[in-house]
Design a protein around this ligand. Structure first.
Ligand SMILES: [Fe+2]
Ligand SMILES: [Fe+2]
Length: 362
């Protein structure tokens, strides 16, 4: 059975809301995914485990009373494994800090954007009924784990919660398993549903990088290094304004310069941290370097660029070429690979040749 033929996902969602003015609207949106139990925060059940895919919390995050009431529930043992989404008002940073302190898996925004909400709920609340095959479950678990890292990079990090090495490492095995049990093609279909361009890009690069490592027969340890590097390679983009990241027209030269700062910014974020291995910092800082010295930010040449960085550069560039971009239509895999082959002197051609079956097979 192909994924498209499987029964559509149904999730049972708990909506805990003190916002009578908008809870009906939110319940109606969530209703697209399955059953919604709409309750006030005082009525939150003591044992939600096993009954719900997750809880959506819509309260006044600036009110101590409201926060305290849900904190008691959400920190109880029975709630620990339950994914939780918090509704934030428009651009209030304190709300978001409060939400992360309550263990948010992700956040959604008011005014409500139905498509955005559904996407986030699907990504955060795994639905075992969606796909009962072992491979389907492995794929769902891998995509959910990788998406979770994206949330930590693009939402939590700029709000002030540092990304830890453990945050990234926890997802690696699930990603590797997802790609081993299914295929790169299935991974690409699953992650292409994601609406944020930066998420999609990093998930795409992760898929290509891990598939590349598996194609080369690398041992599991090295596959994990590739997954880790791919997940965080664009971490600096978390600090680039969304107007640039999600712009639907071509970037101006000034915006291009702004965007290119992400490599240095990402490195600066991690270097003070001390816990990320040196090779990860190297990937974050140097994945836009070219062998002939024409890349950025340091204009490194040849041997100065490590193998791990070169592999991520190949996966990253291929992803960029086949992606939906504002300034040009997406390329076919074959056309993108031809572009890569033409970059003699810039890319490691042995690596590009080895990447061929991965590029053209998906
Ligand atoms: Fe980048
Ligand atoms: Fe990238």
């Amino acid at each position: 059975m192909t994924r498209a033929e499987r029964t559509p996902a149904r999730r049972r969602v708990l909506l805990a809301s003190d916002r009578d003015d908008r809870s009906e609207d939110l319940a109606a949106i969530l209703g697209n995914l399955g059953e919604v139990d709409q309750i006030s925060t005082q009525d939150m059940p003591d044992s939600p485990a096993g009954r719900y895919a997750g809880v959506v919390v819509d309260i006044d995050l600036m009110s101590m009373n409201s926060v305290q009431a849900v904190r008691r529930k959400l920190t109880a043992r029975n709630y620990q494994a339950l994914p939780r989404l918090f509704v934030l008002g428009d651009g209030v940073r304190l709300e978001s800090i409060q939400a992360w302190s309550l263990g948010a898996t992700d956040t959604i925004r008011w005014p409500f954007d139905a498509e955005d909400i559904l996407q986030r709920v699907r990504a955060s609340f795994p639905d075992t009924a969606e796909d009962t095959t072992t491979s389907g479950q492995a794929l769902n678990a891998g995509v959910a784990a990788a998406t979770n890292v994206m949330v930590k990079i693009f939402e939590r990090l700029p709000a002030g919660t540092p990304l830890t090495l453990d945050d990234v490492m926890q997802s690696e095995l699930k990603i590797i398993k997802a790609l081993r049990r299914t295929s790169l093609r299935e991974w690409l279909i699953a992650i292409n549903k994601h609406h944020r361009r930066s998420y999609r890009h990093c998930l795409l690069v992760t898929g290509y990088a891990v598939a590349f490592a598996q194609h080369l027969g690398m041992r599991e340890d090295d596959q994990r290094r590739l997954a880790r590097a791919a997940l965080i390679h664009d971490v600096g983009k978390a600090y680039i304004p969304l107007v640039i990241l999600d712009k639907t027209e071509a970037l101006t030269p000034r915006e291009e310069i702004e965007l290119s700062k992400h490599a240095q910014i990402g490195f600066d974020v991690f270097k003070g941290h001390g816990e990320f291995p040196r090779e990860m910092l190297d990937v974050v800082l140097h994945h836009h370097e070219m062998l002939d010295g024409s890349g950025y930010p340091d204009g490194l040449k040849g041997e100065e660029i490590a193998d791990l960085v070169r592999m991520i550069t190949v996966a990253d560039m291929f992803a960029m070429l086949v992606e939906d971009r504002p300034d040009s239509p997406p390329m076919t895999n074959a056309a993108a690979f031809t572009v890569m082959e033409s970059l003699t002197g810039k890319l490691d051609m042995d690596m590009v040749r080895a990447f061929r079956p991965v590029a053209l097979g998906a």
